[in-house]
Design a protein around this ligand. Sequence first.
Ligand code: NDP
Ligand code: 8X3
Length: 254
Amino acid sequence: MSKTIMITGASSGIGEACAWRFASEGFRMILTGRRKNRLEKLKTALNEKYSVEVLSLSFDVSNRQQTEQAISKLPEEWRRIDVLVNNAGLALGLSGIEEGNIEDWEKMIDTNLKGLLYASRAVIPGMTERKNGHIINIGSIAGKETYPKGNVYCATKKAVDALSLGMRMDLVQYGIRVSNVSPGATETEFSEVRFHGDIQKAKKVYEGYRPLNGDDVARAVVFVATLPEHVNVNDMLIMPTAQASATVFNKCGE
Ligand code: NDP
Ligand code: 8X3
């Protein structure tokens, strides 16, 4: 029987690219995000190309009640989740800690950290019962290295890094795999969201070098998820060739 994967934040970027890659591998998919229209369009496109079963679920992962309800009310045939990709997340703002916007901080913490916890807590009991499953958390280079003005976003991703290892330690006794996949600069809607819709500012982030795209990261996630069951990738850092660290780039004009 095909495995079932739940991908949070599948309505764009890395999550959407993962949906396409996992569909091509024959996974059944639960795709989540807030933007219902996007998810429905994606579902139709995936069905047309790969004839895979897709369930789209629209909820805000930072809302505990919505997340718990969405997962606890899954139809019987979708209750067995083999792989959970905790991808939903965002950065809001790029500013010094002395002038940071507290609402932005709260949204990042609520989504990147609490949302990941809510989704995981709802899915893990099924995995422990079956003594099988795989959680893949999307971290970031920002969780490995703090960069100037990245403060709170970096802190949430550092927390994802710590949680991935904590989950791994607690779930090893159940045979559940836990992986942390941390990308460097990836051109998605990420910067547009970070700069509150300022497209020009967002474009500048990716100028002068070739960033990753969603599909580059999705390939890594599929690799991690499709290794033999006795193999666990604890931690993977995947960077554009032109980016050596959070702040060191080879910008020679792409
Ligand atoms: P996008 O903005 O393209 O995608 C973000 C996804 O997260 C969307 O599908 C969005 O869906 C979803 N999302 C955001 N907030 C919520 C919420 N409250 N509830 C449910 N879903 C939510 O960015 P990326 O694809 O780049 O980001 C995906 C992940 O990758 C994030 O965790 C990000 O931190 C991480 N990352 C990104 C990097 C990059 O350079 N782009 C590098 C390293 C890590 P919707 O708006 O429909 O809810
Ligand atoms: C996204 C990559 O470097 O903008 O996590 O934080 S970065």
